[in-house]
Write a protein that binds this ligand. Structure first.
Ligand SMILES: [Zn+2]
Length: 341
């Protein structure tokens, strides 16, 4: 039976997206306020704005129509969802005051790329937020602005621009929202650099050869491990014969596996439910590192070396878990023996 509350949300989102198409001249889409945006309809729609923003993202062009803090322009969540400490040091109160006076003011991504982020932050940062700043600076330096307008995209819209309520319904029922899916990348107990890897991975943005070829950095995107296929994120982590061998030894089925749906992988009975996402991440991370070893220092692919690396990482990562969860690592290490064999 359909969930009527979710179904109703989907229909409102569809309406919101339609209005967004023709109303963006008069209404600031990032806050849904404007001269014509009054009345109960807009109130209801405004309450759905965070959800709408979680299913809409910006294909960045010149960065002028992109709201640095509120739009999803890097990955599929707004920055504050991942960097809450840094956001708490943003000069947002001043922006809020301007908004209340109905003076349009948002921080354009283009301004941040051109002038740096520091003028939009309070002067003193906590240690946590300084760490997050490092990561955000890494994201900003990756952005290359182009001489074309930004494009706001909703992956649930059909070619005619109309939002499809059915797929949105399915996505919300399966994952919550794409936001919660991506937040899993940051909220698990893996080390920070591995969380960053997870965040890139489930958006298929790791520096695999297929992605490097798209950016014209390499000409040949042949897989380093098997030399048999284009090295996309899906191929490298799930479907490459080397990776497939690792996953199937652990009881996973990789026939139609996609890195974007990594968290959905069905859990084999031999793997504990606790810290299961970290287990998936550990395997993915070490397959990626293994591939880099084969590529850069030119080592031969080796299950024995991968198995040893998995055991070593698991032994270290367990100290990041709540003490009651650490027992799972013993099971993991037993499971890795089959990879070593
Ligand atoms: Zn391969």
């Amino acid at each position: 039976m359909n969930d009527l509350a979710v179904q109703n949300q989907c229909l409102l989102l569809k309406l919101l997206h339609q209005w967004a198409q023709w109303a963006h001249e008069e209404v600031d889409l990032s806050i849904l306020k404007g001269e014509n945006a009054v009345g109960p309809h807009w109130e209801a729609l405004r309450s759905l704005l965070p959800l709408y923003q979680s299913i809409t993202f910006v294909d960045v062009g010149d960065g002028r129509a992109t709201d640095f803090w509120n739009d999803c322009w890097t990955g599929k969540v707004p920055l504050p969802a991942c960097f809450s400490n840094l956001f708490s040091h943003a000069k947002v109160k001043e922006i809020q005051l301007l908004l209340e006076r109905n003076e349009k003011k948002k921080i354009q991504l283009q301004k941040v790329v051109d002038n740096g982020i520091h003028e939009f932050l309070v002067p003193r940062l906590s240690r946590m937020s300084a760490g997050e700043l490092e990561q955000v600076l890494g994201i900003i330096t990756e952005i290359v602005l182009e001489d074309r307008p930004d494009n706001h995209i909703c992956p649930f819209a059909a070619a005619d621009g109309v939002l499809q309520a059915g797929p949105v319904y399915k996505a919300i029922k399966t994952h919550g929202t794409s936001q919660s899916l991506l937040l899993l990348a940051w909220s698990n107990c893996g080390p920070p650099r591995v969380q960053f890897f997870a965040w890139l991975l489930i958006q298929e943005r790791i520096q695999c050869r297929a992605n490097l070829k798209k950016k014209s950095i390499v000409e040949d995107d042949n897989c380093e491990l098997c030399k048999q296929a284009s090295e996309s994120a899906d191929h490298l982590i799930c479907r490459c014969p080397f990776a497939e061998n690792v996953w199937t030894k652990k009881g996973f089925s990789v026939d139609d596996a996609l890195v974007g749906l990594l968290w959905d992988a069905r859990r084999p009975e031999s793997i504990a439910a606790k810290q299961y996402h970290v287990f998936l991440l550990l395997l993915s991370w070490k397959i990626w590192k293994h591939r880099n070893d084969v590529f850069f220092p030119h080592m031969e692919p080796s299950f024995a070396r991968l198995g040893a690396a998995l055991k070593e990482a698991a032994a270290l990562w367990q100290f990041r878990f709540p003490s009651g969860d650490r027992y799972v690592v013993t099971y993991w290490c037993n499971a890795f023996v089959s990879i070593l064999a």
